[in-house]
Design a protein around this ligand. Sequence first.
Ligand SMILES: [Mn+2]
Length: 210
Amino acid sequence: MSLRKKINPDKNDIEVCVGDVITKGKNSVKLLKYIQKHNIKSILGNHEDKLVRYLEHEKSEKKNPILLDDDERSIIEKLDDEDIKYLKDMPLFLQFKNIIVLHGGIQNHHNLNNLTKKEKSKILRMRYLDSEHNFITYGKEDKNSIFWADIYDGNQGFIIYGHQWFKEVKKNNHTLGIDTGCVYGNKLSAVVFEEMNKDNFTIYEEQCHN
Ligand SMILES: [Mn+2]
């Protein structure tokens, strides 16, 4: 809320979160209601994806294969139909002219308009690639691993992403990583584009406390 105060968006602005708006603090449901109330969009993060998949499995008679932690369970209990619809409607990515917002990352051979189920799952979770540019699962990276944005060639557009946090906004030629670890006591960051021009942006930041 204090970061939005600094930015002072007007009603013609489009506000977009980079996903994982829930399970990253004590006020997940409050935040979910806040962004709906203020007409803020969010693309899908892996944390929303997990809850949405859990809810899908709940419709079946079979035992739910997705295990929730205490926080996730308490969130699910508090969601109303509108919250669930908002979560289920979160898109994998949003595109504004040449600017694309997605959660994790992409590889140079990905085509955002023609993705397999497996590729969609990777886009939500991508961090590091190995020396042959293969996806590495979380925790398996080593000193030879390559962060996806460091080799992305821009063929799908200029990408704004979250998922991996950095002390400062991570700037590459064709990407901006704007998760700056608010929940870990660092700061919350936003990038504001003028006229949807990828070369005309300002970064706003708010130090997080506690
Ligand atoms: Mn994530």
